[in-house]
Design a binder for this molecule. Structure first.
Ligand SMILES: NC(=O)c1ccc[n+]([C@@H]2O[C@H](COP(=O)([O-])OP(=O)(O)OC[C@H]3O[C@@H](n4cnc5c(N)ncnc54)[C@H](O)[C@@H]3O)[C@@H](O)[C@H]2O)c1
Length: 345
């Protein structure tokens, strides 16, 4: 089989990370990249040895002859690029959350179904061995039916203030809890039906970023199980974790705790104390390893093997449905119903 001709849209942090994995995949040729800020991203294009550089993904989709594309634009800028790619006959891997708008998410699922193309959402935590083991243990009935879950992901404040120039158009829940919501929906294997929660806008607003400092919400599922999700973007920058991440599932017959806060490694120098991140994406000798590279390679396999990706467009819709409902509930102060999926489920 010929190499898969792949393009990347958005050459920021995640587009570069995907490129570094794709570059080492023997079944892939990176044939192009698109980013409106070509000058700022020159180093990344050079590092990934991408010859064909475009300011617009529309032009790349038209000219580059792509089989598949990795879309890593900011949270709110996924839908247009995804739909454009699918309509051009290109398989898509899109960063999480699939979209921050429920109508856009439904539209993407519709176009995926109409075109018959592959779409994977980068909920790469499903490839992290402890989270994947949790799924297997729950499916094997080891803790009985899961009844309650708790998930926390908190970041130091440099993430919204320095790392993500578009933080004001997202939120800690869209950025962080999206992973946890995907995991819990996957583990529970039940439909989310209602959500309520609280959010606070105080610290980031004062720094000119109009989004929540933190959101805490509860989601109820069709089988009566419930889960709490919390995410904050305002830990002090002295905090050594990125993110401080903890998850718990309690079932009829047992429990599971997943503590990713320290990532099993601690270091200190005279200047800093750190828990360096290695589990999600880390270069070991000549290869990138961890959940993120596994997810990237798995999408390539799904296209080559003509099989369903392990995280589907429907999964992307479901996490967006929960998050859109939770944000609405935070605004109204009411318990809000999670919409039922359109007929394509
Ligand atoms: N899967 C994960 O674990 C994970 C981790 C972090 C971020 N993300 C997600 O990845 C996405 C990208 O995040 P990031 O940290 O790389 O952001 P970033 O700001 O570093 O990069 C975004 C890039 O997209 C480019 N861009 C903006 N509009 C574009 C357009 N119309 N066409 C082409 N390029 C465009 C920007 O110029 C920038 O280079 C977000 O949705 C984010 O939530 C996922």
């Amino acid at each position: 089989m010929n190499k898969l001709r792949v393009g990347i849209v958005g050459l920021g942090i995640m587009g570069k990370a995907a490129g570094n994995v794709l570059k080492r995949n023997p079944h892939v040729e990176i044939v192009g990249g698109a980013d409106p800020n070509l000058a700022k991203r020159k180093e990344t294009f050079d590092e990934l040895e991408i010859q064909h550089r475009y300011e617009s993904y529309e032009e790349m989709f038209e000219k580059a002859g792509l089989d598949a594309v990795f879309i890593a634009t900011p949270d709110w800028a996924h839908h247009a690029a995804v739909v454009r790619a699918l309509l051009a006959g290109i398989h898509v891997n899109v960063e999480k959350p699939m979209t921050t708008d429920l109508n856009e998410a439904a539209d993407i699922v519709k176009v995926v179904r109409e075109t018959g193309l592959k779409l994977q959402v980068s909920y790469n935590h499903r490839w992290l061995s402890p989270y994947n083991a949790t799924w297997k243990m729950i499916r094997a009935g080891e803790i009985g039916q899961p009844l309650m879950a708790y998930a926390r992901k908190n970041n130091p404040i440099f993430v919204p203030t320095e790392m993500l120039p578009w933080a004001g158009r997202s939120s800690p829940a869209w950025f962080l809890s999206s992973h946890d919501i995907d995991l819990i929906c996957w583990w529970f294997d039940a439909d989310p039906v209602e959500a309520h929660g609280y959010g606070m806008k105080r610290v980031l607003v004062k720094r000119g970023i109009d989004t929540y400092d933190m959101i805490q919400g509860q989601v109820k599922f069709s089988n009566g199980a419930f889960a709490t999700f919390e995410a904050s973007w305002i830990y002090p920058n002295t905090h050594p974790a990125m993110p401080d991440s903890f998850m718990e599932v309690i079932g009829e017959k047992g429990h599971i705790h997943l503590d990713r806060k320290t990532e099993a490694i601690e270091m200190s120098t005279e200047e800093k104390f750190k828990w360096p991140r290695t589990l999600l994406n880390f270069q070991v000798f000549d290869k990138w390893v961890g959940a993120f590279p596994s997810a990237v390679d798995s999408f390539v396999d799904a296209v080559r093997e003509d099989r369903e990706p392990y995280v589907t467009a429907y999964d992307g819709w479901r996490a967006t449905a929960v998050l859109a409902t939770l944000h609405k509930a935070v605004e109204t102060g009411n318990i809000e119903k999670v919409p039922t999926p359109p007929v394509w489920k």
